[in-house]
Each structure stands twice: as C-alpha cells, then as structure tokens.
Write a protein that binds this ligand. Structure first.
Ligand code: ATP
Ligand code: MG
Length: 350
C-alpha cells in the first residue's frame, strides 16, 4: 500500500512526538511492505516564525492532496503577544478539511490507573469513545452579536448535521460495544429536542445497537461516577468540548490520549489531545503514547490497516506493562528511549 501523509510537527513537544510517530511509521513500512510518503509542512507558531502565518497556502495544498494529516501540537507562550495566533491555524485546518466528527477514545491503561484522581475501582475497565460534532452549534451559528450591554450567541443545528454525526457514532458502536449514549439538553433546548428526535430516527437503522439518552448535566456526573458504563458517547460541539476534557482526566496523563477528526470524504486529521506542553518542550520528556496511538488510529481508520494498527497498540501496551514509562507516568524513559522500546517490541512481535 502506498500513502501520502502530511506531517505537521508544530510547536513545543510537537516535533518531539512527531519524530516518534515517523519512526514507528517507518517500522510499519518495513515490516509490512508499505510505502508512506511522509511530507513535512510548516504549521502553527513554527509557520508564523518562518512564513508569517500559522497555516500557509503551501501547507493547505499539501493537506488537501494527502491521504491523511498527522499533527503534533500548536501554540505556546512565545506567540501570546504575536499578531498572528498559532491556534487560528488549527481552526482553519479543521475548516479546510471539513472534519465534522472529532473522535476521542478514552481508555485507562493499567500502567496509568494509579495516576487517575479517581479511585482505581471506578476507572478500571474504562473504555469508551467520545464523538464530538466539530463544525456546527453555538461556536459557528449566527447571529453572533455584541454591544456594550448585551451579547448574543446562537445555537443552530440542522437535521443533516445531526444525522451525519449520529450516524458516525452508530457505525462506530457497531465495531465496539454496540451502545450509543446521546447527550443533549432536550428538557430546555430546541436544538437538543431535534437532536434527540434525529438520534431516535437514526437508531431505527441500527437495530443491533442500543441507544440511550442522557442530559448533559447528568452525563457530567456519570463520567466521574460510573465511567465504565459508556461505550460510544455522541454529542454536539460545546457539550463535546467540555465533556471530552472532563473524560481525559480519568486517565491521569494527557500524554496517553489520541484523537481523530473526520470529514465525509477526504483526508482525516490525527493528533494527540494534549497541547504543546511548553513547560517540558525540548527536554526529551514528552510521552509519545498519545501520538503513537494517533498513528494507530490513522493506520486503521484512514488506511484500513488493522493488523498494523494493532501491532502498534500491542507494542505500546507491552512496553507499559513491562514497567517502562515517561516521567508523566512516574517512569524514567525519555521520548526517544520509550520509542526505541516500542520499535524493538514491534520488530520482535512480527
Ligand atoms: P493547549 O492550550 O495547547 O491545549 P494546555 O494548557 O491544555 O495546552 P498541554 O500542553 O496539553 O496544556 O499540557 C498540559 C500539561 O500536561 C503540560 O504542561 C505537561 O506538563 C503535561 N503534558 C501534556 N502532554 C504531555 C505529554 N505528551 N507528555 C508528558 N506530559 C504532557
Ligand atoms: Mg488544552
């Protein structure tokens, strides 16, 4: 198989974890006889420094022509006062790719369970996915107005927008635990009433998947009270933003969690959920697991390479299980030495 991957290393620890990703992709290439064209492009603060803007036209063109986009992280205090913001590049990238479904798997690894602020018996066995609608809702609806005395945001969803994200969640649930939890505020919001109506309509097409509805306030409680009850969570943009950050706390380290963002057709975007972590950047301390899991998601979801994705996941799990981890998990490995172990394990396992 031959694929073109655009690598946007970005800022902070982005380039360090991207280096790990590339090494693992090269191992997959060698062990399974594929060809991945890895194309580096400028993005975020690094692009502001070199090209005066966070998302140069050349980067845009490369992303649109790719089979998948891999992103490190953007931003940092260096650009806080800058005229151009790195984060603006990220919004522009998502918009350019039209990625409406943001997928965040939340799994509590044995190696990290002790770091969770919640008791181990609560986080044990947690394995769910948050599917967040990414291009609609209150962030993007009009009118958006502001006077000195009054400010207005609008929350609009169309039937079509709800349908495509809920469909996405149901298809995902079919490949997992066959349960969808749709989260809304249908006791108050019109958009949520439509959301719930459409979710019920879509569920009729998936008789093998169970649908439950949860109000967002109750969901916020359930996420920390009984997180192991969830399989696939689907929700609108704002609720998803808040709940997925809440969910990430379950696992103890941001350095473990990957994400993907999908459009209806065209390249998907894969990135760790963590940011640029400027406090540890350039020190070789970054945990590459979130990035390597993003690579595994890319192999499986964009390229259909299930065995290869599983090999990456298995190698990560084996290294963690053997007691090796980076400082965020209390270990002594560096980004490079941890990656060495993952690479070595993959070579041994084939
Ligand atoms: P952003 O605004 O870019 O999302 P943030 O304020 O959410 O950034 P992150 O950069 O995500 O913060 O990281 C928060 C802290 O978590 C970091 O300061 C760092 O100490 C730790 N951290 C995040 N990612 C990792 C990682 N991959 N490995 C180790 N530690 C990490
Ligand atoms: Mg953040």
């Amino acid at each position: 198989m031959e694929k073109r991957v655009v690598c946007l290393a970005g800022d902070g620890i982005g380039p360090e974890v991207m280096q790990s990703a590339k090494r693992v992709l090269q191992v997959v290439e060698r062990l399974y006889q594929h060809k991945f064209h890895l194309q580096d492009e400028l993005f975020g603060g690094a692009a502001i420094d070199e090209a005066g803007q966070p998302f140069p036209a050349r980067t845009l063109a490369a992303c649109l022509a790719s089979d998948a986009v891999l992103l490190g992280a953007v931003g940092g205090p260096r650009w806080d006062q800058a005229a151009e913001r790195p984060e603006k590049g990220l919004l522009a990238l998502r918009k350019a790719l039209n990625v409406f479904a943001n997928v965040r798997p939340v799994q509590v690894d044995e190696a990290a369970a002790h770091l969770s602020p919640l008791r181990e018996e609560i986080v044990k066995g947690v394995n769910f996915v948050v599917v967040r609608e990414l291009t609609g809702g209150i962030y993007f609806s009009f009118p958006k107005e502001r006077t000195a005395e009054q400010a207005t945001d609008t929350l609009t969803y169309t039937r079509r927008e709800i349908e495509r994200i809920v469909e996405y969640a149901f298809r995902l649930a079919q490949s997992r635990g066959r349960k969808v939890t749709s989260i809304d505020k249908a006791n108050v919001l019109e958009s949520s009433k439509l959301w719930r109506e459409v979710a019920i309509e879509v569920s009729a097409r998936y008789p093998d998947v169970e649908l439950e509805h949860l109000l967002v306030d109750a969901a916020a409680m359930e996420l920390i009270r009984r997180p192991s009850r969830f399989d696939v969570i689907v929700t609108e943009n704002l609720f998803g933003d808040i709940l997925s950050d809440e969910a990430s706390v379950l696992t103890g380290s941001l350095g473990m969690l990957p994400s993907s963002s999908h459009s209806e057709s065209g390249p998907a975007l894969y990135e760790p959920i963590h940011g640029s972590a400027p406090d540890i950047a350039g020190q070789g301390k970054a945990n590459p697991v979130a990035m390597l899991r993003s690579v595994a998601m890319m192999l499986e979801q964009s390229f259909g390479l299930e065995a290869e994705a599983q090999a990456v996941e298995n190698a990560i799990a084996a290294v963690l299980k053997a007691g090796h981890s980076t400082a965020d998990l209390g270990g002594t490995e560096t980004t490079v030495s941890f990656t060495d172990r993952v690479v070595q394990t993959m070579e041994e396992q084939v």
